[in-house]
Design a protein around this ligand. Structure first.
Ligand SMILES: [Zn+2]
Length: 256
């Protein structure tokens, strides 16, 4: 039996996700942006949480954790070892290459410093699913807050080599705004144009635009395309180091 995923909206534009293993009944919350919608999602599916997988320390990703733990005291909490001081309730402290277990499902940990120093991505390799938190967004990437810009590029580069069919779950619904910015970098990219049209239709119906896939992002997300000659030319940096091109594009996005 394969992984079952339930994504739900929290706060204004945060996504929480439930990962369920039909074989064992185990269920993990991937981040808990808000307790109420998380309890509602669990009740809707009839799932009991066994684990919580935390991507990073920001309040809009962990503030619901104490409430879930209070209601389900046996829940085990997994998260980044490097941020253990800022995520005080971890049972399992994870580093690059470690695995997190949700019943019979296994996620490999990819450390992706940039948005925060401790940020991690959970890659369910056998299931072709990655929970990318605030590192990779559909048509965008997280704001680089706690490291130099080049470190964030190194983190994103680790995600570009995941299989193209990998479904990417993101921490926020930012695709529409990200698309507006991406179009300023690559206005003539046909894949980007088509994606922007699809996203507009989905959002008009208030439907989510994530998950996306690694292949879709490689074709349209300017932050993953900094090695492309067309992108480099567009920002006047032909032949430049990809990390520098990334830094330029990220800086433009911050001002956008
Ligand atoms: Zn964040």
């Amino acid at each position: 039996m394969t992984i079952s995923i339930h994504q739900y909206l929290c706060l204004t534009d945060n996504y929480g996700a439930l990962v369920h293993d039909p074989a064992t009944g185990a269920t993990a919350c991937v981040d808990v942006p808000e307790a109420g919608p998380t309890f509602a999602a669990l009740a809707e599916r009839g799932w009991t949480p066994t684990d919580i997988l935390i991507t990073h320390h920001h309040a809009d990703h962990i503030q619901g954790v104490p409430d879930v733990k209070a209601k389900f005291p046996n829940v085990k909490i997994w998260g980044p070892a490097k941020d253990a001081a800022r995520i005080p309730f971890l049972d399992h402290k994870l580093r690059e290459g470690d695995t997190a277990q949700v019943g019979s499902l296994t996620a490999t940990v990819i450390e992706t410093p940039g948005h925060t120093t401790g940020h991690i991505v959970y890659h369910f390799e056998k299931d072709d699913v990655a929970f990318c938190g605030d590192t990779l967004f559909s048509l965008g990437c997280g704001r680089v807050i706690e490291t130099p810009l080049s470190v964030m590029w190194s983190s994103l580069a680790k995600l570009t080599v995941l299989p193209g069919q990998t479904r990417v779950y993101c921490g926020h619904e930012y695709t529409e705004a990200n698309g507006r910015f991406a179009a300023t970098i690559e206005p003539h990219n046909p894949v980007l144009k088509a994606r922007i049209e699809d996203v507009a239709k989905l959002r008009a119906e208030r439907r989510p635009t994530v998950p996306t896939t690694i292949a879709a992002e490689l074709a349209a997300n300017p932050f993953l395309r900094v090695e492309e000659p067309a992108i480099q030319a567009a920002v006047g940096m032909s032949g430049a180091d990809p990390a520098a091109v990334f830094g330029e594009i990220r800086t433009r996005k911050d001002r956008f």
